[in-house]
Write a protein of this length. Structure first.
Length: 139
């Protein structure tokens, strides 16, 4: 699966997915659930790279002394909006307003789509940002 990044507007971002084969209704439902789950985590502030205390601790997080004050002091990092996933021919697309989410949100989405491609239906490519010549966005 290829990953391409084009011009990215954090508040007006299209994500394009090209399938290797036309997806079944079940596979479309899984893609919908993936995007909805990703957005829910983002809407709740989960993509805040300024507060990665567990990640920064390393592998052994036993008895981690979580700093609640540090977690509360950071800037909000929330997604604002998302469209339904649309399908046309061998493509899917989704529009998102990433709001104040950090770029880690896109890493997590790409990781999930890579695993989806391995486990469910092969994806040819994911394009983040820009326009898709095969499927124009109406103004």
């Amino acid at each position: 699966m290829k990953i391409k990044f084009r011009e990215c507007d954090w508040f007006d971002l299209w994500i394009w997915i090209e399938f290797s084969e036309f997806p079944s209704e079940r596979e479309k439902q899984l893609v919908d659930e993936l995007f909805n789950s990703w957005f829910l985590i983002g809407k709740l502030g989960g993509f805040n790279a300024g507060n990665l205390q567990v990640q920064d601790t390393g592998v052994d997080v036993s008895d981690l002394d979580y700093d609640h004050d540090a977690a509360d002091d950071g800037m909000m990092s929330v997604m604002h909006n998302i469209s339904d996933v649309e399908y046309e021919d061998g493509w899917a697309r989704c529009w998102v307003d990433l709001g104040t989410s950090d770029a880690i949100a896109l890493d997590i989405l790409v990781n999930a789509l890579q695993q989806f491609s391995q486990d469910h239906v092969q994806l040819e490519q994911v394009i983040v940002g820009g326009q898709n010549d095969n499927w124009k966005v109406e103004s």
